[in-house]
Every structure is written in structure tokens, then in C-alpha cells.
Design a protein around this ligand. Structure first.
Ligand code: FAD
Length: 255
């Protein structure tokens, strides 16, 4: 049993103005065809605020340590647990860890991380992306002050992954799940179609775009074409088709 996080995690946390802590796996449960829920026990303050994520230190297939970032789905401050929703339908260090994590396994976390949080002034909030964004989308929507409005347009590989969440009665919720139907991971057609089916509400809104690198770029352009201003858009590529995420936990941005 370890008693402290690895030195490299402590150094990284210092550099990022975050904290490094050792967590223990409580459970790993499949939620859908390609989504696992992993519950960890440890210092819950690493979960930060809605929209934040934690960085997990893992072993890849070659036995090398890598880090992957996962948005926090929910946090229980009383029992000291946080929950992650991790896409597991592909082969990667993060996906494998989530599938195979067993109760009692120890893991280093660095957090809280992330700069995209809810825009408190927006009249409506549009959450747009794929299954990797669901945890952040739902936690952020749960933090909307009621009455408010949340719209979700989410592409799923399998309809089994179209998980919903119970929201406060004062929150108006519209959800559109788009099935991938064999389209390539960097093809934005599914989400562009879902977006086209949706009429932009009146007043000021904010859009949050989390998912595949190329798809997020195409959606940002589509939303700008529909009149949304730069300051109304928060987008982050969570992963990139055909490539591992880089050492810092994010996809590379070269074209
Ligand atoms: C701020 C931030 C928050 C994130 N939050 C979440 C989260 O809450 N849940 C989550 O699941 N992921 C999240 N991600 C993405 C996550 O960090 C990893 O990139 C992702 O899980 C893949 O890691 P991996 O080691 O499994 O695969 P990698 O080694 O990075 O990639 C291996 C292969 O799998 C492909 N691949 C990677 N991800 C997917 C996917 N989602 N669907 C299909 N193919 C894929 C890659 O293109 C590559 O070909 C987040 C990323 C960032 C930057």
C-alpha cells in the first residue's frame, strides 16, 4: 500500500497550481455499451466545481506511465467520493483502466483542473458533443440556477449509452441523442444534423462543446454561422480520432 502520490504527480500539481492525492477505487460499473462509471474515494475537494476534471496517472499497454483527464460527474463531500464516466469502447490506457479497475486499487489524481465552467449570466445553456462530454455536461447542468434551460445534443456510438439524468423540476431540459450509425469519429455530420434540428432559443445563451478534435472545430464554426459570438462559446477537444492523447492529457492540436 502506498501512502503518498508519486513525486512526479506532486511536481505536476505544483506546476499546475493544483493538488496531488492518492485515491482508492471503490467500484467500476458498466453503464452502457461503451461507458463505465468509476467511483473513487479520497479528498473530494479535488473535484473542484462543475466543469472541472481530474488527471489520472495510469499505465499504458507498454507499461509506461501516462496521464488522462476525466471530468468529474459527481462528488459526495460527506463520504469523500467522486464519480467519473469514462468511454471504454476503444483500446487505450484510460479505457482499459476504467474497464479493469478493482475495488482497493490505488491511483494518483491531480486536480482540480480545467477552466471551462458554467456561464452564470446565460439564459440558456447548450451542451454539444459526444459520450466523453456527458459527465461534464450533466454536472454543469445540475449547477444551473433554476429556473433555467439546458439543451443537450450528444452523439453516441450505441443508443445504450444515451444515459439521462434526473434534473431539478425548475430546469427546462431538451435532449437530442444522435446515433453514430457507423460514421467516422472525425465526421461532424451527425452532430451538425442534430444541431440543425434545434431552434436556437431567444435571449443570450452559452454553448459548451466537448468531444472529438475535428468535430468540435466544425461545430464551433456552425454555431458562429448561426450567430453565436466568440464569448458565448466554450470548446475543448477531449480526444482526437486515430491518435493517443498527448503526455499532458490533451489531444495534439497540429493539423
Ligand atoms: C479536460 C478533459 C476532460 C475529459 N473528460 C473525459 C470524460 O469525462 N470521459 C471520457 O471518457 N473522456 C474524457 N476525456 C478524454 C480522456 O482524457 C482520454 O483522452 C480518453 O479517454 C482516451 O484515452 P485512452 O487512454 O483510453 O485512449 P488514447 O490512448 O488517448 O487513444 C487510443 C485510441 O482510442 C481513440 N479514442 C480515444 N477516445 C475515444 C473515444 N471517446 N471514442 C472513440 N475512440 C476514442 C483514439 O483516437 C486513439 O485512436 C477528457 C479529456 C480532457 C482533455
Amino acid at each position: 500500500m502506498l501512502s503518498a502520490p508519486h513525486d512526479t504527480s506532486i511536481e505536476l500539481a505544483k506546476r499546475l497550481d493544483a493538488r496531488a492525492e492518492l485515491f482508492q477505487v471503490v467500484s467500476s460499473t458498466p453503464l452502457g455499451a461503451s461507458l463505465h462509471q468509476v467511483v473513487l474515494s479520497g479528498d473530494p475537494t479535488l473535484a473542484g466545481v462543475a466543469g472541472n476534471d481530474v488527471m489520472v496517472r495510469l499505465l499504458d499497454a507498454k507499461g509506461k506511465h501516462v496521464r488522462r483527464r476525466y471530468s468529474v460527474r459527481s462528488v459526495d463531500h460527506e463520504v469523500g467520493q467522486l464519480t467519473l464516466w469514462i468511454v471504454t469502447g476503444h483500446e487505450g490506457a484510460g479505457a482499459r483502466w476504467a474497464r479493469e479497475a478493482s475495488p482497493g486499487d490505488q491511483v494518483d489524481l491531480v486536480g482540480p483542473r480545467g477552466k471551462i465552467t458554467l456561464d452564470p449570466l446565460a439564459d440558456w445553456h447548450l451542451f454539444l458533443g459526444d459520450t466523453s462530454g456527458l459527465a461534464a455536461f450533466y454536472r454543469m447542468a445540475e449547477s444551473i440556477e433554476t429556473p433555467g434551460r439546458a439543451i443537450f445534443v450528444v452523439e453516441v456510438d450505441d443508443i445504450d449509452d444515451a444515459l439521462t439524468a434526473p434534473f431539478d423540476e425548475g430546469l427546462g431540459v431538451t435532449g437530442i441523442f444522435v446515433e453514430r450509425n457507423g460514421r467516422a469519429y472525425d465526421d461532424p455530420a451527425g452532430l451538425l444534423g442534430g444541431l440543425a434540428a434545434f431552434e436556437m432559443p431567444a435571449h443570450e445563451g452559452h454553448a459548451y462543446l466537448f468531444g472529438e478534435f475535428h468535430v468540435m472545430r466544425a461545430l464551433g464554426i456552425a454555431l458562429a454561422d448561426r450567430g453565436m459570438q466568440e464569448e458565448q462559446l466554450s470548446h475543448k477537444a477531449f480526444w482526437r480520432a486515430g491518435r493517443h492523447n498527448a503526455e499532458h492529457g490533451e489531444p495534439e492540436k497540429d493539423l
